[in-house]
Design a protein around this ligand. Structure first.
Ligand SMILES: Cc1ncc(COP(=O)(O)O)c(C=O)c1O
Length: 288
């Protein structure tokens, strides 16, 4: 693992954040998770823009702006020096007083972690994962805008914990109205009669960049795809369901709440997307 922190790149074991950082104390900050493949950064400018938007949404400036963050990302990747990686780019509120008041934090802290990541074991990616519907709902726009990629992931972590305790791999999260929002850290797609659908951001889905890629790729492959509100029953009635995320990639789902989805194994549309995705990633990646 390589980490950029306090102006230089160090090994993971040497990277420390002070306990008074409000990212640690309050989950106050924003982040990006970025896929790196074949020495290319997937949709780098989109990730930087999303980070900037998240920061603005919580009233924080990126130190040095997007250009400085881009340089930090590339410097850390060059130090890591591998073809494939996962990047965790964090901008926390920084060090401040023990109260929640962010105005006591004069300077945000940037941390860039580069390492390998494995969210699901390879056999799960082949056979499909088991999903449960979480009892926890995604916070609404009136609580915490689900489009802001903030460091507040307790809701997601607890949904994942619920899934693991119920013997499943991942949690499906509904919004306050009972519509499908997303999984704990991934977007959701379903396929029925040859067409794909994924919930819109207005239903609480993060504007995922893997999701964006899948929508683009579907258009290239002449697979009809749309953003549309979905409910749990739509997933049970689907021929195929898969999840998308920078860390996990494209993940087939074989069951929801113990009910088999389609044939209970990755279906033809999922397999077509999975097959075409690596070349697509290379096309839209920025090399370093
Ligand atoms: C809550 C949530 N939804 C969806 C995603 C997928 O987004 P992306 O494809 O940009 O990684 C993530 C990624 O970490 C996430 O945290």
């Amino acid at each position: 693992m390589k980490v950029w922190i306090d102006g230089k790149v160090v090994d993971g074991a040497q990277a420390h954040v002070p306990v008074t950082d409000h990212g640690f104390l309050y989950g106050d900050g924003v982040f990006e998770g970025i896929r790196v493949a074949g020495r290319g950064v997937y949709r780098m400018e989109d990730h930087l823009r999303r980070l900037e938007t998240s920061a603005r949404a919580i009233g924080m400036e990126l130190p040095g702006g997007v250009d400085a963050i881009r340089e930090i990302l590339l410097e850390t990747l060059r130090a890591y020096d591998r073809d494939d990686a996962y990047v965790r780019l964090i901008v926390s509120r920084g060090e401040g007083a023990l109260g929640v008041d962010p105005t006591t934090c004069p300077r945000p802290r940037v941390v860039c972690i580069v390492d390998a990541i494995r969210i699901f074991p390879p056999e799960k990616l082949c056979d499909g994962i088991e999903l449960i519907t979480s009892s926890l709902r995604r916070p609404g726009f009136d609580v915490l805008d689900p489009g802001v990629k903030s460091m507040n992931y307790l809701n997601n972590a607890l949904a994942k914990l619920e899934a693991r305790r119920r013997g499943a791999d991942e949690a499906l999260m509904l919004n306050g109205e009972g519509r499908v929002a997303e999984a704990s850290v991934a977007n959701v797609f379903c396929a029925r009669e040859g067409a794909l659908a994924t919930p819109p951001s207005s239903d609480g889905a993060l504007g995922g960049l893997t999701r964006k890629g899948v929508l683009e790729l579907a258009a290239e492959l002449d697979i009809p795809a749309e953003e549309r509100s979905l409910v749990r029953v739509d997933l049970l009635a689907a021929d195929e369901v898969f999840l998308t995320g920078s860390g996990a990639g494209i993940v087939p789902v074989k069951s929801l709440d113990g009910e088999s989805i389609g044939a209970g194994r990755p279906g033809p549309l999922t397999l077509r997307i999975l097959e075409a995705f690596p070349a697509y990633v290379q096309r839209v990646a920025t090399s370093f």
